[in-house]
Design a protein around this ligand. Sequence first.
Ligand SMILES: Nc1ncnc2c1ncn2[C@@H]1O[C@H](COP(=O)(O)OP(=O)(O)OP(=O)(O)O)[C@@H](O)[C@H]1O
Length: 580
Amino acid sequence: MFKIARKNFAWWAVALAVLFLLLQVSADLYLPTITSDLIDKGIAQNDQSYIWSQGGKMLIVALIGLLAAGGNVYFASTQAMRVGQKLRTQMYSKIINFSSREFTDFGDSSLITRTTNDIVQIQNVLVTMLRMMLQAPIMLIAAGVLAYNREAKLTTVFLVSLPLLAVSVLIIMYFVVPLFKSIQKKTDRINLVFREGLTGVRVIRAFNQDQFEQDRFDVANKDYTATSTKAQTIVSFMFPIMTLILSGTNIGIIWLGGHLIGDMSMQVGNLVAFMTYSTQILMSFMMLSMVFVMVPRAQASGQRINEVLDRESSVKDAQGTDLKSFDQSQPASLEFDHVDFTYRGAENMALQDVNFKATAGQTVAIIGGTGSGKSTMVNLIPRLFNVDHGEIKVNGQNNASVSQNQLHEAISITQQKAVLFKGTIRSNMQYGKSDASDDEIWHALDIAQSKDFIEENGGLDAIVEQNGDNFSGGQRQRLAIARTIIKPASIYVFDDSFSALDFKTDAELRMALKQDENVANAVSVIVAQRVSTVADADLILVMDNGKVVGQGKHQELKANNETYRQIVESQIREGDGQNA
Ligand SMILES: Nc1ncnc2c1ncn2[C@@H]1O[C@H](COP(=O)(O)OP(=O)(O)OP(=O)(O)O)[C@@H](O)[C@H]1O
């Protein structure tokens, strides 16, 4: 947490916060002296003008203290908010550049909790730090010295109360700090269950699992509540204990002070001033205790934030002379050169010795059973993961040797799950090409067989709800395809993007794709389950268990490849292989 504060504070504002704080503390410490004089010299000797002048002085000093406290709170709060804002930006830009591996490691829900809840913890503690953490020790020492100067004998009371306070705080911290750490983890858990419930709400209803999910959430919620309650209960002991010690100290001071006044060795004003100092000392101690309880909680949050900020993406750009650029004179091409890949923690290789090459204008189709490695293969092209062995060459260049920005510029992908963003059709299409004109957008929509339903829905300004929820699955897929082809690229990838289309739309769309200027000069990669979708590809790769078990054209494979033949036959049986 201190590392975070050090990096993100505007030091001039922190200096101002400290300055105001010092002013406030000085005013607070000066007040008891004025009170004491007012009693001993004014009230005791019935000097009205002295009483008025001291009263006026008190008012001015109190006002200065108040204004200074306001100044301190203003700068402390704005600094804490500023750190929060900077942290959120840093976290977001870090997370957005993570590779799939880091997302898996942290988990989406935890990344959200860290960016929201954990940062709020840090903000709260920074405000406290800029106020109490500085104020408390200064006040404690200064009030201690002033009290000692007033009446050294009375300070013996603190020899009992301060150690008592210290022991109480240590005991509370011992129990509460581990609880605070586990509260953050339990917040992650609540978020995880909540997110799953929200995204899977339709499935939950369809399977009538509302109660099951409700119970699951209740368990996470109760667990969180139980830990929080336990922590708060322990913390709540702090205040009664402190008040008890504070009152005990005052009783001790009055008892001892009473004797001293009786012996004529002390004046009443001195006793009043001493008691004010005593309250200041004990209050400072309470403030310090609060900081001691809050800091470990924020430390846990700080650690969780730093874990994200310090995490290097496992997919990094090459550095120095290893960093290459695409040779713009090279035509589009895609090559897998003996590529092996295993997911971390997985027992089996997801891809084994994958080898093929496609050149500009060609369509490569990848077919195979579920889990055979098709999506893994296309995810390696934009380098969402690093290959274990071999090379993937885009336009003749190893995809690990160019910057990820350049690589992503050269590739345009429709993911298996069509993702649309809240906005309009135009804003979603301009995601593919920011300066796309209306004509270009209509052209892409036309190719993606989406023109008709977009016209019916109100044109390019038609609203797209969150996740594209106001469109059907097939419409979403077509819109995602339109967004993909509007982007000029060397490689177009369609990962199972035609699965939700009927045969007629599927065929028309693929036919139209070939007419598109962007796509015609690029390499197209189509992942599909249906033979009819891949049959006219220039190169079909037949995947089985991470291996390419056959490659060639439809007729060749049908004649020579057992796996492909089985796929074709199974689809003919299901009446699904019209083109086969
Ligand atoms: N993130 C991951 N971590 C670990 N294993 C994974 C991960 N993603 C996929 N796998 C495994 O890798 C293998 C290949 O998965 P992949 O998604 O590439 O298959 P696929 O052919 O695209 O399947 P489908 O047609 O069902 O989409 C599967 O055994 C799968 O369980």
